[in-house]
Design a protein around this ligand. Sequence first.
Ligand SMILES: Nc1ncnc2c1ncn2[C@@H]1O[C@H](COP(=O)(O)OP(=O)(O)OP(=O)(O)O)[C@@H](O)[C@H]1O
Length: 240
Amino acid sequence: MTPLLTVENVGAGYGAITVLRGLSLHVGPHESIGLFGPNGHGKTTLLRAISGLLKVSTGRITFAGADITNQRPVRTVDAGLIHSPQGNTLFGDMAIGETLELAAFGPRVRPGRSERLDQVLTLFPRLAERRRQLARTLSGGERQMLSIGCALMCAPRLLMLDEPTLGLSPRLKQELAEAIGKIAQAGVPLVVVEQDVEFLLSLTDRLYMIEHGSVAREIDRAHPIDHDEVMQLYFGGEAH
Ligand SMILES: Nc1ncnc2c1ncn2[C@@H]1O[C@H](COP(=O)(O)OP(=O)(O)OP(=O)(O)O)[C@@H](O)[C@H]1O
């Protein structure tokens, strides 16, 4: 079957700094993948290149059969390729309800907006309880839920989540992980960047380890790796 997303031999960076070096991967039509690897090796850069936030210098990216290489972000969103970035990208003075409704602004996603809002508020009861609360007053975990909620309001055909549980307490991480699991079970293919390999394996079908701007290793759910191997991948040398 034709992959939903293919990244072929992509190169990209910032000015004179090259980050992605001939990176290739794919996401199958009903598949979710995870990306992990050492800090600063290009995972976020890859998501930015896919969603059109960063121009690629070489290679090709296709989504749902169309070439989207260096496409403007508004076009990739129109196509249903939705990127929930790392960190706080919300408008602080807007309330949760307004933020979610504004997220579904495009003509493709405007119909069905109120049904999707209900689904998001069911998925994240914390957001439902705080519907009139301003984004800037939310906790880190609640902001992350709102960011993912905004992405869901765009009716994703593929949802890319960049370190959705970064900096969260174990309890909140668990709460968010369960919500992301439900999104995957509902049939939304995911690309998830996370450092926690076990967490990624519980959520996705296949993992790619990104190192020095390219794929260093591919891991299949059918042949998972154990904790010692993960340590070896991250730190090299003998596992203890
Ligand atoms: N706007 C920018 N200008 C210059 N260099 C940048 C910019 N954004 C990222 N970089 C550099 O690109 C490299 C890759 O960064 P990137 O954020 O893609 O890594 P990452 O694998 O996602 O890291 P982490 O796991 O820490 O989030 C890093 O060396 C980073 O300093």
